[in-house]
Every structure is written in structure tokens, then in C-alpha cells.
Design a binder for this molecule. Structure first.
Ligand SMILES: [Zn+2]
Length: 433
């Protein structure tokens, strides 16, 4: 069996980039760059609080960040990628870095990198906390995704037997480059509520290797195998949706001692941004008991340097390639195909090396957008001069005939009046536009 034959699930992938989370308070690379530049110029108040935590205090090297930042030239909007590139390049070479008359050895560079990651999380926390006021639309959107899963369950159980993937796996999957886990978080909450009430089906996200805490106990991770085992024994079948965060997810931890990947989401009662609160985030590894903190989140940040990633990033990458390759359509929400995202670029090249046609829906934002509608390639090029680069990038990957654009701004493309319309979501998920 070749990689592209056999099971072709999921057939629709929601691919989310920074623009997806923008209205919820998510920050773009440029936003993060400006914020970090500000922190470097004036030490933020939260830093003092955070270093009361011993583990954080032992790693944080704010002075080092400030000193290295002095040699970062160029536009402030690129401050962050340039900083990461400089650090990564010298970490990769294992040589350390000389800045003016000071030398930063590899250990110190590593701590500086962790400090930058810490500052990013603190910046995102502020952003999301502010954005939560506009969060209702994201909840509505996730409710539509859940409804899609439920409707599909009733549609498929009469056609397929429990052993067939169609019976238990959603034809919808999510690949996100965002760290925030908005969809993961909201879907887990909604699914928890639903599962308590429903006697027909249990809904889950496939979170693979991640071990999470529920009712004060760390439970086995949820994946295809767990669902199949349940469906063999229990009367109430499970249905699962693939969710891959290719760049890692806030709130998760990799134990620095034994490598276990785990998280405590507090039974999903909190808002997603609360995982980023720099206080109160100590978490013991359920395997070996090592204390971990916010700096042990496995987060991948794109820089211009090709890096060796941890085994998790490799796995996520491979899994993303697999599910993207099997998809019939990919819905890009707020993903601008940035040149510096080497990971996603090489992933997409890999996916399209089979020469098959796939359909793409691209949801982005333009000031020139007047009405909420979809445009084919020609019309999009003609009306949205400001989006020419983006339009051409997508066309070069998918082909003129296979791309549709909507420039209402992320999930606003699904707005009917004041709320998200599940019918409009469904049209796109089912490829009817
Ligand atoms: Zn451990």
C-alpha cells in the first residue's frame, strides 16, 4: 500500500496560522517583536514576580537578552526572528557567541533563549487576557465544529462498521501553527459537556502522546488506538478528531529529566490564556516527580536557521504531512505562508510532491474587503492588490483552479450578522463553495 492509497481520512483540514487567533488577542510575529523590544528597553513588572519561582530564577537571564539585543539591527518588526536566528545559529554550532567584548557560552545562550521564550509567553498572556472580551465568536465557531462531528456520527454509523475508520474518525482534522490551543481548549470543554449528557457517542480530540490530568489523575493519552479499544468493549462509541499543534502548545510540558510529555489543564475549567500566567505554574512530572515550569513547554519558533528539533516536533511534522497528504481540501485561516517558516514550507513541499490536486480555501484580512464573500483566483488578484503576494503564493502551490479566497478576516468569513453561522462553516468544510 502506498502512502497515498488506502484510508483517506481526514478529508478536510483546518490549517490555522497567527491570523486565526488575532481577534482573540493572539500576537503576530511583528506584534511580538515590538513587545519584546519594549521589554528589553524597560524591564517588565511581571519579571520580578516570576523570578520568585526558584526554577525560573535559575534559568532566566534577562541581562543576557538585553546585551545580545543591542547588536540586533534592522526593522523592529523583525526583532524577534533576528534575535532567535542569532541565538539558534550559535547554539547549533555549539560555539557560543561574542557580542562586543563579552562572550556568551553555549549554556548561557540556552538560558537566554529560554528567557526569550518566557517573555513571549508573558506577552501572549497579556494579549489573550485583553482579547477574551471578543472571544464569543471562537466559542461559536468551535460549537459548529462539534456539531459537524455529531451530525457526521449519525450519518456514518449506519454506513460503516465499528472497525472502519469512517465509523470513529472525524473527516475533519486540525493542524495549527499557533501555540495558544484555542480550538483544542474550547473543543475539550464542549466535548466534556456533551459527553456527560450523550448516551449515543463520546467526542474526543486525538492528542497523541500527551498525558493529561483529569479528576486529579494523570490519564492515558487519547488517540486512535484508545478509541478502537473503547469501541470494541463499550456500548457508547467514541468519535475522534485529529488535532496537531505543529509548533507545540502552551500549557504542555516536556519533563527535562525523563522526557515525558504531559499537561494539567485543570479539567478545562479555565480560559486558555490562564495556562500562560507566569505565576503559579509549577507542575510535577507524573513519571519521575521532577518540578517543571512554564519554560519547559515544547515550543518551536521559526528562525532562519535549520535546527534539530526534539522528537516531538519531528513526530508532529510527520503526522501533519500524513494527514495533509490525505486531505481533499485544506482551509487556511490566517496563515500567510511566511518565508521564514521553513518547517511548514518543507512540509507543504513534501505533501505536494505526489502531484495530486487539492482544493484550498484561504481566509485572510484585507482593508479593501467590502463584503463577506469568496473570490476565485482571477477576481481576487484584480480586487486585492494589497494581497498579491499571498494570493500568488497559494496559487503557486494549489493551482489557479483550486483556490478560493475570502478577505473578511479569519473566522469573520463565517459571520452572518452578529454570530458565526454553522451553515456557512459547513459549506466550506464540505467543499461546497
Ligand atoms: Zn519526568
Amino acid at each position: 500500500m502506498s502512502l497515498t492509497s488506502g484510508v483517506r481520512l481526514p478529508e478536510t483540514i483546518l490549517f490555522m496560522g497567527a491570523g486565526f487567533s488575532k481577534n482573540a488577542g493572539g500576537l503576530s510575529t511583528a506584534d511580538l517583536s515590538y513587545k519584546l523590544k519594549k521589554y528589553v528597553e524597560k524591564t517588565p513588572d511581571f519579571l520580578e514576580d516570576a523570578i520568585r519561582n526558584e526554577r525560573i530564577a535559575n534559568i532566566i537571564d534577562f541581562e543576557g537578552v538585553k546585551e545580545i539585543s543591542e547588536v540586533i539591527r534592522g526593522d523592529n518588526s523583525l526583532f524577534l526572528p533576528n534575535l532567535f536566528t542569532l541565538i539558534d545559529y550559535n547554539l547549533e554550532k555549539r560555539k557560543g557567541l561574542k557580542v562586543k567584548d563579552k562572550f556568551f557560552d553555549v549554556d548561557r545562550l540556552y538560558r537566554i533563549k529560554k528567557t526569550v521564550e518566557f517573555l513571549i509567553q508573558a506577552a501572549e498572556y497579556e494579549g489573550f487576557k485583553e482579547g477574551i472580551k471578543k472571544f464569543e465568536r471562537y466559542r461559536e465557531f468551535c460549537r459548529c465544529l462539534q456539531k459537524f462531528m455529531i451530525d457526521e456520527h449519525y450519518e456514518k454509523i449506519i454506513k460503516y462498521s465499528p472497525e472502519e475508520p469512517e465509523y470513529y474518525m472525524s473527516s475533519l482534522g486540525v493542524v495549527t501553527t499557533n501555540w495558544d490551543g484555542i480550538v483544542f481548549w474550547e473543543m475539550m470543554k464542549l466535548n466534556n459537556e456533551f459527553n456527560h449528557k450523550s448516551t449515543d457517542v463520546g467526542l474526543y480530540l486525538d492528542f497523541g502522546d500527551l498525558i493529561i490530568k483529569k479528576n486529579d489523575k494523570f490519564i492515558i493519552s487519547m488517540d486512535e488506538g484508545a478509541v478502537r479499544r473503547n469501541n470494541k468493549i463499550n456500548k457508547k462509541p467514541y468519535r475522534i478528531m485529529k488535532y496537531i499543534a505543529t509548533h507545540g502548545m502552551f500549557g504542555t510540558r516536556v519533563c527535562p529529566n525523563c522526557g515525558l510529555y504531559f499537561a494539567d489543564f485543570g479539567n478545562f475549567k479555565n480560559e486558555h490564556y490562564e495556562m500562560l500566567n507566569t505565576k503559579n505554574l509549577d507542575l510535577k512530572c507524573p513519571n519521575c516527580g521532577t518540578e517543571t515550569s512554564i519554560i519547559d513547554s515544547p515550543l518551536y519558533y521559526q528562525s532562519y536557521v535549520e535546527r534539530k528539533f526534539g522528537y516531538l516536533i519531528y513526530k508532529w511534522e510527520e503526522e501533519s504531512i500524513n494527514i495533509l497528504r490525505k486531505a481533499k481540501r485544506i482551509i487556511f485561516i490566517g496563515y500567510s505562508l511566511p518565508d521564514d517558516d521553513l518547517q511548514i514550507r518543507s512540509m507543504l513541499f513534501n505533501v505536494f510532491s505526489d502531484g495530486e490536486d487539492r482544493k484550498a480555501y484561504v481566509m485572510d484580512y484585507s482593508d479593501k474587503n467590502k463584503s463577506n464573500r469568496w473570490y476565485g483566483a482571477d477576481e481576487a488578484r484584480e480586487k486585492f492588490e494589497d494581497k498579491k503576494d499571498l494570493i500568488n503564493k497559494y496559487i503557486s502551490i494549489f493551482g489557479e483552479e483550486n483556490v478560493m479566497f475570502n478577505f473578511s478576516g479569519g473566522i469573520n468569513a463565517f459571520l452572518a450578522g452578529e454570530s458565526i453561522s454553522c451553515e456557512m462553516v459547513n459549506e466550506v468544510l464540505r467543499g461546497e463553495i
